[in-house]
Design a protein around this ligand. Sequence first.
Ligand SMILES: Nc1ncnc2c1ncn2[C@@H]1O[C@H](COP(=O)(O)OP(=O)(O)OP(=O)(O)O)[C@@H](O)[C@H]1O
Ligand SMILES: Nc1nc2c(ncn2[C@@H]2O[C@H](COP(=O)(O)O)[C@@H](O)[C@H]2O)c(=O)[nH]1
Length: 211
Amino acid sequence: MYMRYFSRLFSAMAGPRPVVFSGPSGAGKSTLLKKLMKEYDSVFGFSVSHTTRNPRPGEVNGKDYHYVTRDVMQAGVANGDFIESAEFSGNMYGTSKAAVQDVQAKNLICILDIDMQGVRNIKKTDLDPIYISIQPPSMAVLEKRLRDRKTESEESLQKRLRAAAVDMEFSKEPGVFDVVVVNDNLDDAYIQLKQALLKEIDKVKKINRSS
Ligand SMILES: Nc1ncnc2c1ncn2[C@@H]1O[C@H](COP(=O)(O)OP(=O)(O)OP(=O)(O)O)[C@@H](O)[C@H]1O
Ligand SMILES: Nc1nc2c(ncn2[C@@H]2O[C@H](COP(=O)(O)O)[C@@H](O)[C@H]2O)c(=O)[nH]1
């Protein structure tokens, strides 16, 4: 009890609370995050995950992900370099300690885009983030978005849809997420997202003004 209290107190002193974004693949997490980081570029910093999947056209190594082999990723996990890692749709993904520290060293709100296994694992740490779930309006809409994105093979798409069904149930579990945003109309979803983060955004702006 006291340990948890002091851990929260110290992390509050250390800087703004991180934000975890989760939700099914194709729900619109990256789309919303990019809008947020464009509007508040001096407030948020993205925790660049590691993955063993191949880069998509337009993705940049070190910006979207650190693209690594399974051997490199497994060695990093064994070495204790990761806060959390997970297997998703046939590939490994993970948040390195360095990725979060890099953002926090700049006193920015650290954004983690992670799947639900990542959410469960982060809950076992003392990171104490705000948990936001981005959900699609329906499975049918999600499937259309994923197909239209044209990034997945049929096999990968089916795996992602199966994971999405579990994720949509997970988001309804009481106490897991602080906010659940249904991304139907993008502008409406973005307004809801900003509303959920205004307090933290103001905190960072105040700190930046006084430093
Ligand atoms: N509100 C929306 N209305 C219509 N299309 C949308 C909306 N939000 C996102 N999209 C589109 O849906 C597709 C999936 O969005 P996005 O890539 O942001 O999802 P994601 O949750 O980040 O997926 P992943 O977890 O696989 O990275 C993209 O092509 C995006 O342009
Ligand atoms: N547990 C983690 N999940 C992660 C991490 N980085 C991304 N993700 C999640 O993976 C899926 C698929 O992403 P994609 O870029 O291949 O479409 C998605 O749900 C992400 O949120 C991570 O470091 N840890």
